[in-house]
Design a protein around this ligand. Structure first.
Ligand code: NDP
Length: 281
């Protein structure tokens, strides 16, 4: 039976570790120790004070950190304690190319590494209903699928880095849909039609999207711009997606919209606040 190490108890990681621990004994580490202690008290996980004890206590180690930079730094810290009994799984939304580099480095010591970014946000993370998109060795994947199922519906997407490539494209679609719907609803409002009425119609019509069905009515109108995903992290994903798209046509404005909203609201603002550029003109 695998023992799990989990590094990074943020909005997503905290709930992912909580769900894994229901089936697999889980050791948690977080930069701010207090959060790990609280996690153990609340969810029955085992907190670890010194990160080098994570590979000593566990054989499957998860990461859920802001960007590839924190993941690389963390892997370097624990690397002297890793051996071929370890499998590493990175749930961070990261860079496909750097995932290949990390994989190639670790495989020299027979340590398998997967990218497994997730989609679904804090609510689905808590309910254990995320989507995880998993890249890496297909044979070894069989050993980790049961663990991934404790918090997500996993989809194996081929070679290392593919998960992150798809994730970045998913997120540029997500925020672009949000801007598109916000511009459209704002035009109708200026014309004199209430947003909620317009949403009711559009959500029963062909122009609907996740943004018209959930983000705008629930997370913007009802919860006042509170979804639980930072604008700065969305910008990271969009910049990664644009590295793949290269010469955007439909996505040619999204970077400048993100820059404008980051200048106005800051990195830690909720990503839905980008819609204020349209609704609060
Ligand atoms: P949070 O900002 O809520 O959490 C970040 C975590 O990383 C915290 O545990 C934080 O520790 C830790 N951390 C930050 N900097 C460092 C560092 N230098 N060294 C070690 N640990 C560090 O982020 P999320 O949980 O929202 O996001 C995590 C990942 O999941 C990101 O890649 C994001 O893009 C992705 N994601 C997020 C979604 C969302 O809806 N929020 C949805 C899907 C994917 P500390 O507690 O000490 O600050």
């Amino acid at each position: 039976m695998s023992k799990i190490g989990f590094i990074g108890l943020g909005r997503m990681g905290s709930s992912i570790a909580y769900n894994i621990n229901k089936k697999f004994k889980t050791f948690v580490w977080n930069r701010t120790l207090e959060k790990s202690k609280q996690h153990s008290t609340k969810y029955g996980t085992n907190y670890i004070e010194n990160i080098i004890d994570i590979p000593k206590q566990s054989n499957v180690i998860f990461f859920c950190l802001p960007t590839r930079l924190e993941v690389e730094k963390t892997i370097n810290l624990i690397k002297p304690y890793l051996n071929k009994s370890h499998i590493l799984i990175d749930c961070t939304s990261s860079d496909a190319i750097s995932q290949k580099i990390i994989y190639n480095e670790l495989i020299k010591d027979n340590i398998y590494y997967f990218d497994a970014p997730v989609s679904g946000g804090p609510e689905k993370a808590y309910n254990g209903t995320l989507t995880s998109m998993v890249g890496g060795n297909s044979e070894k994947y069989k050993e980790i699928e049961e663990i991934l199922k404790t918090f997500s519906k996993p989809i194996y997407v081929g070679e290392i880095g593919n998960g992150c490539a798809i994730k970045s494209i998913n997120n540029i679609l997500n925020v672009s849909h949000l801007c598109l719907a916000s511009e459209a609803l704002s035009a109708l409002e200026n014309y004199g039609i209430d947003k909620k009425l317009a949403l009711e119609v559009i959500n029963r019509s062909s122009g609907r999207s996740l943004s018209t069905q959930e983000r705008i009515p629930i997370h913007i109108i009802e919860k006042n711009y509170n979804y639980g995903f930072a604008l700065g992290l969305m910008n990271k994903d969009v910049q990664l997606a644009l590295k793949l798209i290269k010469n955007p046509i439909m996505f040619s404005n999204i970077s400048s919209l993100l820059k404008e909203s980051l200048d106005k609201y800051g990195n830690d603002a909720d990503y839905t606040e980008i819609a204020k550029l349209f609704f609060e003109k």
